[in-house]
Ligand binder design. Structure first.
Ligand SMILES: O=c1ccn([C@@H]2O[C@H](COP(=O)(O)OP(=O)(O)O[C@H]3O[C@H](CO)[C@@H](O)[C@H](O)[C@H]3O)[C@@H](O)[C@H]2O)c(=O)[nH]1
Ligand SMILES: [Mn+2]
Length: 715
């Protein structure tokens, strides 16, 4: 009998249209470069050369981006068929790793919700273990999880009994749930737990009277005077044990383990990559499930059946034995109506993964990835135990777990280089996924209609741009290293796969054409110097096609994904803002770091938010509040374009015949102005706390005037 299928993959119906568009657009680019070469030869100048270089970078990024559209695949999974293929006893053991690093930026109450949402997975409890990795080494976080373990004894059976979908209690109770007989009681317990945790967090220490039973008190004795977040011993606390602890209905619970690796301020800890590797080793000693899931602390589970969907790949007898991970792309719960900051990253999280999938697999996105443990332990000589046995708390096992968690354990080993998650980039996720792909491992994208996980995005523009700055600094650390996809990648992976990686890793260079188009046409315009073909010139229509083609295609991608005009508009505006802020800043950071003048640092994104800020975000106004230097160039560009547009208009109106020649420059300046409207608003029209500080406004205006004055000589 034919076995029922667990998953299918279908080519995208739009592929033919996409390929046709790529062909036509590529021909237009070639024609454009023909003109560029002619100009370079006939009238070489700073302007022609600058425009040529900018267009070269734009074309490289366009070409690499097309690798995502040549052969996208849609995958579907059928967890309902799982029972026909495998018995529940054959399901793979699953270790879930949840990462937190700072109790102030990542409120423990929120981390607890994430952990409860996965602890309550629809999965055989004896096969499930949840580890909390606390890089902040905080007794507050440990305390929060002791409370969570108690609440879980009520929450898990409740979810099971009523087949609850939202297993993060915060989300569940926030959505006005149906009232079952126990609902009110459970909600009361939940509120009480939250208050107890918040109380301790607000006070900043755990008091003895908060801990009633003795063994719990012993755990906190590790937090001595010498204990700091940068220098402390390993802490491993088994808060729930699967063969011992039962819930209130007498069912066994999954394992819940608090873990904080040993730190020493003189030994590099490699941020999240280091935490991941330490946890891989510790879990190998304690539970050693063949599959593990990595989750950021703000990414709660939105679907209790997600592990079953993953099994549709890992338990498929025909699946590629080199399948390393299944990635559920990032999706977010906290985005405002029109996505002011383009934080949904629709193209990056929903569209492009399908395109990478057919070349060997989508990126690892740091969170929402289910891994085959073996993929990261290839050639490791670590001590391992058989999974699916109760945790052995004997001295030997715990001693071993402490040994592998030590900050010196990795010295003179291949950890971080050839095994585990790889070090050397601030985007350890992308780097590690890339290295796995280069050694023949594969990955698949799974993006069910109901999101598997939902996360948080920054609500202030500065935090958002700083996060992107860090990501792209990390991308450059890979792209400009010996592991560049253009050299190393081309050798060890499908070249089209390598092109996809190149697109992301070299994106910061987009800042060069963005700056050129934000300044050059405007300065030339003010000096009444035409630099583009005039409207009656046939080459003008090539420019129109290139512009409308690029923008129109992206607009269609947005509409096809079910998002409207406003979201697309905000996305394209952010594309320009990021091009003037995070991208150039990441290039700057990379240069400083490679010159040895700075060290790269993983600044944890702030997940706490205040009411006022949240309210402004919901209203969709930009948050300029802190005087962010990242935004300085964005402001300067806004002022330069406004001046350019106004003076340009004056010239066109005063002298007849100029309009045709200067139309393109006027259009570009006008486009800059329309995109900068929220910036002008923040500069002069607003009075709330999120407006731009006056100092920054004055600085921007001064620099803009200097730019005009300085570059006028060139025309
Ligand atoms: O030294 C550190 C720093 C961070 N984290 C954790 O890493 C996660 C991500 O940190 P966050 O500040 O939220 O950064 P983001 O930029 O939002 O994270 C994205 O980018 C990271 C780097 O590429 C990936 O690791 C993440 O999974 C991905 O969501 C959080 O759970 C942190 O607690 C640690 O465990 N140790
Ligand atoms: Mn995050």
């Amino acid at each position: 009998m034919l076995k029922p299928s667990l998953h299918t993959s279908k080519p995208s119906p739009a592929t033919f249209l996409n390929r046709t568009f790529i062909l036509v657009y590529a021909i237009a680019i070639f024609a454009h470069f023909y003109r560029h070469f002619r100009n370079l030869i006939s009238s070489p100048s700073l302007t022609t050369t600058t425009l040529f270089i900018s267009d070269l970078i734009l074309s490289f990024l366009w070409a690499t981006w097309q690798a995502f559209f040549l052969n996208p695949v849609h995958r579907e999974v059928f967890p309902e068929n799982l029972r026909l293929v495998a018995e529940e006893t054959e399901y793979l053991g699953l270790d879930v790793f949840v990462f937190t690093a700072d109790p102030l930026k990542e409120p423990p109450v929120a981390v607890v919700n994430t952990v409860l949402s996965v602890l309550a997975y629809d999965y055989p409890t004896e096969k499930l273990s949840v580890y909390v990795s606390d890089d902040g080494g905080s007794e507050l976080t440990l305390f929060a999880f002791m409370e969570a373990a108690k609440f879980a004894k009520y929450w898990l059976p409740y979810c099971r009994k009523y087949n609850v979908m939202d297993r993060s209690p915060q989300v569940y109770f926030g959505n006005d749930p149906c009232l079952f007989p126990e609902t009110k009681d459970i909600q009361r317990m939940f509120e009480k737990m939250k208050a107890t945790i918040q109380n301790v967090v607000d006070r900043g220490t755990v008091d003895q009277d908060e801990i009633n039973d003795d063994p719990a008190f012993k755990s906190f004795t590790k937090w001595t005077h010498e204990f700091t977040r940068h220098q402390h011993p390993t802490v491993i606390e088994i808060l729930l044990k699967s063969n011992e602890d039962k819930d209130v209905t007498d069912h066994y619970m999954p394992n819940l383990i608090y873990f904080s690796r040993k730190k020493n301020k003189n030994i590099p800890h490699h941020f999240k990559g280091g935490a991941l590797n330490a946890l891989i080793r510790v879990s190998t000693v304690l539970t050693n499930a063949p599959m593990f899931l990595t989750l950021d602390c703000d990414m709660y589970s939105n679907d209790p059946k997600t592990p079953l969907r993953t099994l549709c790949f890992f338990l498929d007898p025909n699946v590629d034995p080199k399948l390393a991970f299944v990635q559920f792309p990032q999706r977010y719960h906290s985005i405002n109506k029109n996505d002011t900051y383009g934080a949904e990253f629709l193209l990056e999280t929903q569209v492009s993964p399908l395109g990478m999938d057919s070349w060997g697999g989508m990126l690892f996105m740091g969170t929402g990835g289910f891994f085959r443990r073996q993929a990261l332990l290839e050639d490791a000589s670590e001590p391992q135990r058989l999974w699916n046995e109760p945790i052995d708390e004997s001295g030997d096992v715990l001693q071993l777990a402490h040994r592998v968690a030590s900050c010196t354990y990795e010295e003179n080993t291949k950890w971080g280089q050839e095994i585990g998650f790889r070090y050397g980039s601030l985007v350890e996720d992308i780097f590690s996924g890339f290295r796995l792909h280069c050694s023949g491992w594969k990955s698949v994208t799974c993006n069910p209609t109901r999101a598997a996980f939902l996360g948080n995005t920054p609500r202030s523009l500065h935090d958002f741009l700083a996060q992107i700055n860090r990501w792209y600094m990390g991308m450059l650390q890979i792209g400009l290293s010996k592991f560049s996809p253009m050299t190393f990648g081309m050798k060890f992976m499908n070249p089209l796969h390598a092109l996809c990686y190149s697109h992301y890793l070299f994106r910061p260079f987009l800042s060069i054409p963005v700056f050129v188009y934000a300044f050059l046409p405007q300065v030339a315009l003010v000096n009444s110097s035409p630099i583009f073909p005039k409207v009656s010139d046939p080459w003008f229509y090539l420019y129109v096609f290139l512009f409308v083609g690029a923008y129109g295609k992206e607009f269609i991608d947005y509409v096809m994904a079910g998002l409207g005009f406003k979201k697309w508009w905000n996305h394209q505006r952010m594309w320009l803002i990021i091009g003037c802020s995070s991208y150039p800043s990441s290039l700057f950071d990379w240069s400083l770091t490679s010159l040895g003048m700075s060290t790269s640092d993983f600044n944890v994104t702030n997940k706490a938010s205040n009411d006022e800020l949240s309210k402004r975000y919901e209203q969709g106004v930009f948050e300029f509040g802190v005087g962010s230097t990242l935004l300085l160039a964005v402001n300067i560009v806004a002022v330069v374009n406004l001046i350019g547009f106004v003076i340009g208009m004056k010239q066109v109106l005063m002298k007849s015949g100029r309009f045709e020649e200067l139309f393109m420059q006027l259009f570009i300046a006008g486009f800059g102005v329309v995109n900068s409207l929220p910036v002008y608003e923040g500069m002069v029209l607003r009075s709330d706390k999120g407006k731009m500080p006056t100092k920054i406004v004055l600085k921007s205006v001064c620099v803009a005037l200097v730019v005009y004055w300085m570059f006028s000589w060139a025309f």
